[in-house]
Design a protein around this ligand. Structure first.
Ligand code: AMP
Ligand code: ZN
Length: 439
């Protein structure tokens, strides 16, 4: 490996054993601070867990898992291990309105996260001379600011373009010689159509060389297609807001799985059914413990399924790698980069007069873009009534769904009794998108 390939060689070149001992040291410091948090005091007490007696990473297993539900149940300040005055920022996960899972950060947390993402970007070859266009949503979503600060720390020129506005994105790339982008993979695919419409070819008419693609599941063949069409290397970037955001796992130049930043996260492979540790090489769910100063999370279930590659990588880093995300162990789905739970849709529908007893969510790839279709049975009276009323109902459903899930679906009203009535658990989501079919 040529010199200068590492942002922070001291951390990146730790051996497996050194990583484990660093993890234990940091874990013990976090557990000590957890005593300041009303939530953790209670959590430990209920589990009969004495943080002072933790002498190995395995001792963590005496604690129950946490997940989004744990975070949602009440005031998020109860997780804080520092006074609120120390908190300088909050973020939340994409898509949620009513029940956002909020994460607080201290200045040191932001700094550590920035270092982590900078390290990931640098690993793939981003340097001071690069022009980085961040095409992710800014705001509460972590993909905007997380990458923004990291690229600035490297010293690249950052264009905080935000999401959407495709023609302007292309204009910016051409005006300022963008070399690196951060983009949702399905949007990158769609953007190719816009290039074509404008009579442009990204290979010829831009200076792009690297893309970071993440925030939603995608396939190897989609990656290859983007690499080919844009003439770039596209690196898979995985993260979740609860674990601060991007930087949790990231591909190195070898593109054989994503390195987990094991100095920040303790990775556990679990078998969701029954909830037990799983052999690493099998496709289990991942749980993580994060040493965050303000709001640490212990044994947090991501609900994301992936395999672990335990062997060291050709790049020289011992930080273990995970495969691309194969699916989830809950019913959350991601559409246009936004997380959606079927329950959110159901709640909206149940609150609208004229909606019948059954509904179904169909996800498709249309013109290279995600489309979400919500098929809704209407009540008998309405179905045989005025057309005007039906179209009003359709508009209202679309609008209320948009307010709740932040994605505008295509609403299709159907005859009462026409949707398949499930025997047992209803199949609410039919995913026919390319990546869901493994293409
Ligand atoms: P958020 O908290 O809004 O950032 O959403 C996090 C979720 O997005 C994760 O739990 C994953 O399900 C999904 N996700 C993020 N990055 C990727 C990726 N590279 N591949 C597949 N899914 C991803
Ligand atoms: Zn590697």
């Amino acid at each position: 490996m040529p010199e200068g390939e590492f942002w922070n060689p001291e951390v990146e070149l730790l051996s497996g054993e050194e990583i484990r001992s660093l993890q234990l040291r940091r874990l013990r410091a976090v557990l000590e601070r957890c005593g300041n948090s009303p939530f953790y005091r209670e959590w430990f007490r209920e589990a009969g867990f004495d943080p002072a007696r933790v002498s190995s990473l395995d001792d963590l297993r005496a604690l129950p898992f946490m997940d989004k539900e744990t975070l949602r149940g009440g005031d998020p300040r109860r997780f804080l291990t520092v006074p609120l005055e120390e908190v300088v920022r909050l973020h939340s996960s994409s898509g949620t309105t009513g029940q956002a899972t909020v994460v607080f950060h201290t200045a040191r947390d932001i700094d550590a996260w920035t270092e982590l993402v900078a390290r990931c970007m640098y690993m793939t070859g981003v340097r001071r001379s690069d022009v980085f266009q961040n095409m992710m949503g800014y705001g509460l979503f972590t993909g905007g600011l997380g990458f923004h600060y990291a690229a600035e720390r490297i010293g690249a020129l950052v264009i905080p373009a935000g999401s959407g506005n495709s023609k302007r994105q292309i204009q910016l790339m051409r005006d300022f010689g963008t070399t690196v982008i951060h983009v949702i993979p399905s949007y990158a695919l769609y953007l190719l159509d816009v290039f074509r419409e404008l009579g442009l070819d990204p290979r010829r008419d831009t200076s792009l060389r690297i893309a970071f693609i993440g925030a939603e599941p995608h396939t190897e063949s989609l990656r290859r297609r983007l690499e080919e069409a844009y003439g770039i290397k596209a690196y898979n970037s995985y993260g979740l807001s609860e674990m601060s955001g991007p930087g949790v796992a990231f591909e190195c130049p070898f593109q054989e799985g994503m390195h987990v930043g094991e100095d920040s996260f303790i990775l556990e492979a679990i078998d969701p059914e029954p909830l037990e540790p799983a052999p690493a090489a099998e496709g289990g769910e991942r749980a993580r413990t994060l040493h965050r100063e303000g709001m640490p999370l212990l044994r947090y279930r991501t609900h994301d399924l992936a395999r672990v590659f335990p062997e060291p990588c050709r790049c020289g880093r011992a930080h273990r790698r995970i495969s691309r995300i194969k699916g989830r162990t809950d019913d959350m789905f991601i559409v246009k980069g936004v997380n959606v739970f079927p329950m959110q849709v159901e709640r909206v529908l149940l609150g609208i007069l004229g909606v019948g007893s059954n509904y179904r969510i169909v996800l498709e790839t249309v013109d290279n873009r995600d489309e979400m279709r919500v098929q809704v049975e209407v009540s008998g009276d309405l179905w045989h009534g005025e057309v005007k009323e039906l179209s009003q109902l359709r508009r209202r459903i679309a609008q209320e769904l948009r307010n709740e899930i932040l994605v505008t679906p295509v609403v299709e009203l159907v005859e009462p009794g026409s949707l398949p009535a499930g025997e047992g658990k209803a199949v609410r989501v039919v995913d026919m998108r390319d990546h869901a079919r493994g293409e």
